[in-house]
Design a protein. Structure first.
Length: 292
DNA sequence: ACGCCCTCCTGTTGGC
DNA sequence: TGCCAACAGGAGGGCG
């Protein structure tokens, strides 16, 4: 595992304390990947496409990855955790799933699935051991159902406290599960859901429609703040993604409760609780996040 | 529209 | 020390 860490694009600090971070890219990590791809490949022309074992990654409606040959990369957009490559003729919708990694000029390895070779000799490869990722090539003119169905981006202005308040009025879903539904708001995953609710002092099992306007405002404000801080701090970790040298460490400093069961709450010293919601681990402080 | 469960997959972990 | 089952987890899909 450690040998592969040099390929990690979104540095998440000292992985000795946070082994699972790299498996779960959320909005900030995907945004860093987007910026990394743009910085290196914007305006470049793909001259060769190589792929292997993409059966579980490719959408059934996807055109062949070979369609990307001769395409010039015009831009890369992000919505939530999805990336959308805009090229001259085709678009590529991509999701990293759990273990997807885009790497620039990295050697082909066991689970490398796709390689785009560019005219200037550089290349971009996609590696995904568990194949939970997603790739879909369609003509530029077509719209993509999954992409279109996504809720407003979590760091965009469209997602506001008012928006969350209105959306939650008719929902009896637990708020943590609600926040992770990408069709309500796009980009929040397991890490940020726990962290944002902790920051906002809202119990993760609260029924969505029980939230007050003030609590909705607080959740949205803290989610954006935490995500922006994370993106902003990628500087160290992103450009210096060789985490094996021990440098970096920007991200784990944000984590107050995630993956810290039993450790003292940074606010009140009460031990952090761990529960399962919707099949996923939630971490929170029973003492200072109120009641259900 | 909800709430639950299942599927995909493989590296890691924990029990014996 | 070694083996193997259980586990994790984003997201879509199916079912009642």
């Amino acid at each position: 595992m450690r040998a592969n860490r040099s390929l990690i694009w979104f540095g998440l600090g000292d992985l000795r304390e946070f082994e699972y971070a790299y498996r779960m890219p959320e909005l900030p990590e995907v945004e860093c990947v987007r910026q990394g791809i743009l910085a290196e490949f914007l305006g470049q022309k793909i001259v060769q496409v190589w792929s292997r074992d993409t059966g579980n990654l490719l959408d059934q409606k996807s055109l062949s990855l070979q369609k990307m040959k001769s395409a010039v990369l015009h831009s890369v957009e992000r919505r939530g955790k999805y990336l959308r490559w805009i090229t001259s003729d085709f678009q590529l919708i991509a999701h990293l799933g759990m273990t997807g990694v885009w790497s620039a000029n990295a050697e082909r390895q066991k689970h490398t699935r796709v390689e785009f070779r560019f005219e200037n000799g550089t290349w971009l490869s996609y590696t995904d051991p568990r194949q939970f990722g997603y790739l879909c090539v369609i003509p530029s003119s077509e719209s993509h159902a999954r992409w279109m169905a996504l809720g407003p981006d979590a760091i965009g202005t469209e997602w506001s406290g008012v928006h969350l308040w209105k959306e939650t009025r008719s929902s009896r879903v637990e708020i943590k599960v609600f926040l992770m539904d990408q069709n309500h708001v796009a980009g929040i995953g397991n890490i940020y859901a726990s962290e944002a609710l902790f920051a906002a002092r809202v119990h993760p099992q609260r029924c969505a429609q029980s939230l007050t306007r003030a609590e909705c405002n607080s959740i949205v404000r803290h989610t954006k703040k935490i995500m922006m801080l994370s993106i902003h701090n990628r500087g160290t970790t992103f450009s210096d993604y060789r985490l094996t040298n021990g440098k970096g460490g920007a991200f784990q400093g944000f984590l107050k409760v995630f993956q810290k069961p039993g450790k003292p709450c940074p606010r009140c010293r009460n031990p952090i609780s761990q529960i399962v919601q919707g099949g996923r681990s939630t971490f929170f402080c029973e003492e200072c996040q109120g009641g259900k």
